[in-house]
Design a protein around this ligand. Sequence first.
Ligand SMILES: *[C@@H]1O[C@H](CO)[C@@H](O)[C@H](O)[C@H]1NC(C)=O
Ligand SMILES: *[C@@H]1O[C@H](CO)[C@@H](O)[C@H](O)[C@H]1NC(C)=O
Ligand SMILES: *[C@@H]1O[C@H](CO)[C@@H](O)[C@H](O)[C@H]1NC(C)=O
Ligand SMILES: *[C@@H]1O[C@H](CO)[C@@H](O)[C@H](O)[C@H]1NC(C)=O
Length: 436
Amino acid sequence: MLRHHQCLWWLLLLLGVIMGMIPYLEGVVINNKNQVIKTKTYMTPLFTLKPGSVVERFYYNTNFPKGRIAIKSFDVEVVDEAANPISLFQTYLHHWGILRYYQHKDTKDPNTNTPFTQLHKPNFIIASNNGVCQKHALPQFFGTGADSRKTSSFLPNPYGIEVGNEKEVPLGYEEKWVLNIHVIDTRGVEDRIGCIECKRYLYNVTKDGLGVTLEDDYIGGLRCCYDQTQCKVKEGYEGEERNLYVRYTIKWVDWDDNLVIPLKVYIFDVTDTWKLLIDSTGAHEGHNCLVEYNVGSCSSINKRGDQCNATKMVKLFSPTSGYIVYGMAHLHVGGLGSMLYGEDGRHLCSSSPIYGNGSEIGNEDGYVVGMSTCYPKPGSVKINNKEMLTLISKYDPTQNHTGVMGLFHIMVAQKLPNSLIHMETLKEFADDKTSM
Ligand SMILES: *[C@@H]1O[C@H](CO)[C@@H](O)[C@H](O)[C@H]1NC(C)=O
Ligand SMILES: *[C@@H]1O[C@H](CO)[C@@H](O)[C@H](O)[C@H]1NC(C)=O
Ligand SMILES: *[C@@H]1O[C@H](CO)[C@@H](O)[C@H](O)[C@H]1NC(C)=O
Ligand SMILES: *[C@@H]1O[C@H](CO)[C@@H](O)[C@H](O)[C@H]1NC(C)=O
């Protein structure tokens, strides 16, 4: 009797194991068929730089994988005509960003000098990331600058950013992508750091790129170093014009509802002076991201109150609930680090600059050549909707810097993988990269 009972027990257990294995086996088969990470590398059109010159371009309708996909990574590199990477000492990549827009089918592509902030309905709709800044401010999915080379942008399995879903594109429109690049040629300039920080006196400008007169107290920043401006070069310096390109590499997997968990993309800005606005539709957040700020060298007096912006802090409502899967800050030269905390003070993610200390490409002395990233263990870092987050951005208080940034990117999953088995199976495929 007892023996019979035991036998049945074992049978049930065995059945359970087999049943449990079915989704596992299916997962493997499906993955073998579809879950291949694809890679494609594209080049922008060439642009020409001479010593001290600035190029800002908006490459509309830029090459991008077609169809419904999950983006896994996006990386850029500035290269010359022989495809050799260019040193930051010569060409500083101030920033780049890849963003999505919908273009009406009867509309022509804008030219490469049109900032995306000038795209308007009904011809164009910016299909931005998930937030949180005001319209047209920081709408990119991926973007950094000189720090790109040593910053990982890879999103671990089974996560990805879903794009190319036709159901989301308004009728009569097409989904397209624009790559914004901003580079500064610093060969032979009088003050390399001054040029890359867009100090006004080095550019000798009175108006910004849109023709608006600069305020007297605007000492530097992006409004001084727009396309075709010129930073001061050493007297008598002769340098040739040269043609460069931006090469960008995208990794992705084909979309699959069962195998990919979509990520939401958020960018927080430490300069965001948002306000709670209340109108007939209720309360909403009026964001005001300034993108840039200046760090004034602190004296021992103002260091305490930190009016010199060396340590800057903002509190922001979490725009969503979910699990942080990836985090990364963007800081300029002088940056020490950036931290994101939850309402109860728990640490969510920190990202620190990696400074170059050599002469070779990717390790340029004194430049921020990378940012450390966060890849929390799946499910370990949860944020709650409307939780008050704190973002801190730190710069060296002993130096003056103009036009610095304090951005923090997070990518958030709203669910976790079904089971650990599922997770393990998918993980193996991270190494199974194939090229196209
Ligand atoms: C600055 O620009 C003004 C004209 O806008 C010009 O007269 C002046 O010579 C320039 N200064 C330098 C140092 O290039
Ligand atoms: C600090 O940054 C704010 C903008 O966020 C700016 O208005 C202010 O002038 C900056 N302070 C200094 C000392 O540069
Ligand atoms: C540069 O930094 C790395 C890592 O911090 C260190 O190992 C190396 O010795 C440094 N090189 C020089 C030339 O200082
Ligand atoms: C920073 O700028 C202030 C004036 O704005 C100047 O007095 C100070 O000497 C500068 N500090 C450094 C370290 O350059």
